[in-house]
Design a binder for this molecule. Sequence first.
Ligand SMILES: [Cu+2]
Length: 472
Amino acid sequence: MQRRRFFAHALAGAATLAAVPVARAALLSLPEPVSRSDPATAGPWMPPGVTGAGRPYRPVVTLNGWTLPFRLRDGVKEFHLVAEPVVRELAPGMSAHLWGYNGSSPGPTIEVVEGDRVRIFVTNRLPEHTTIHWHGQRLPNGMDGVGGLNQPQIPPGQTWVYEFEARRPGTFMYHPHADEMVQMAMGMMGLWITHPRRPHPWIAAVERDYAFLINAFDITPGARTPNVNTMLEFNLWAFNSRVFPGIDPLLARLGDRVRVRIGNLTMTNHPIHLHGMEFEVTGTDGGPVRPEARWPEVTVDIAVGQMRQIEFIANEEGDWALHCHKSHHTMGPMGHGVPTMIGVDHRGLVHRLQRLVPDYMVMGERGMADMGAMEMPLPDNTLPMMTGHGPYGPIEMGGMFTVLKVRRDLGADDRNDPGWYRPPPGTQAQPVQAGLQPSHGPAAPAAPRPAPAPTAPFEAHHPTGGHHGPHR
Ligand SMILES: [Cu+2]
């Protein structure tokens, strides 16, 4: 094996097993970088001529992201990543100035097959040096991307090349190992999927395969650039740099086996909770989990720097919430200094204050649910604290929240949003009629409002929806 790798590398013409700058003459033959800034979820990307390029596989769907196309050259899959400033729409009504790759933050997903030889050109268009670390991969030490340790940092304006064999199947990440705190706070990260070369006893075939990274930003309401020195007090909690209601739903046909790959590159852990069905953790960035070592869960805590692959059979129809269980992480920007006002009676005071300040209002004397329905103007370029409208009204969420939509009548691979779920009669919570016993048989609850057009998975309630408090 070592011999074979040595010769493969010698033939490729590289002198050492380390990331190296690309000579000026060789720049002419770089793969054209592909760029995309559209935050919509791209369809799965299957390399053209996959029969010649390698083994066919079921590509992943990166939530609100995309897969980077490669060029096949002498049996090597060549990718071109460009580290650069990008503008990312976090949700309708709010864009952020981030750093990312190829027009996006997170960068595009790299998808290869176990045993593939992979060459990645990295062009640095940032104002400072960078590197890329290939989190979780088995590779030659000189390709590991820790600036100063494994290679000199890549200066602005230069293109360097990494090359290694994708030795282990699984879910990985990539991110800089140079000025890490700043560059990751600015959104520099991406997913890497290595599909198994042949059927693997611990890796199931699935009908739906989703992937996203968890990330967080601290952006002062009205501003556009993250505060890069923040350690804990982030205010925007995101899946793939999107916040509810900007996160696309996950779709599954009734009975599909579904895999969701989730990586965490924030500064805190995130217990990700799925409603409606149990799942198992079938893999980590360390590899697939032996079936006899798995246990059922409905929440998986994903620590910082971890990747978790969960799998379940989508055998319950409906619109099932999928969210971080830290309740502050399903909120939009808010001031953590807001006092708890539950139980405080403001009646006389508010009336008098409103004569002086007509817009004056009290937050939270009956809880904060009112925030989801309030109509208050927001400063430009920020998001409400609680927002999103479902078929029955405000969803009162923000941040790390989306929906798994399981439908009987969805086609295989159908990726069109089916709209809201309509529960069959007698299967929905309903008000108790005065003087009547709760019905145990089929009842007729109020008919849900018609589902919205498929293009609007969540109705963004902007800019007048919700309320947000004073901000740090
Ligand atoms: Cu969280």
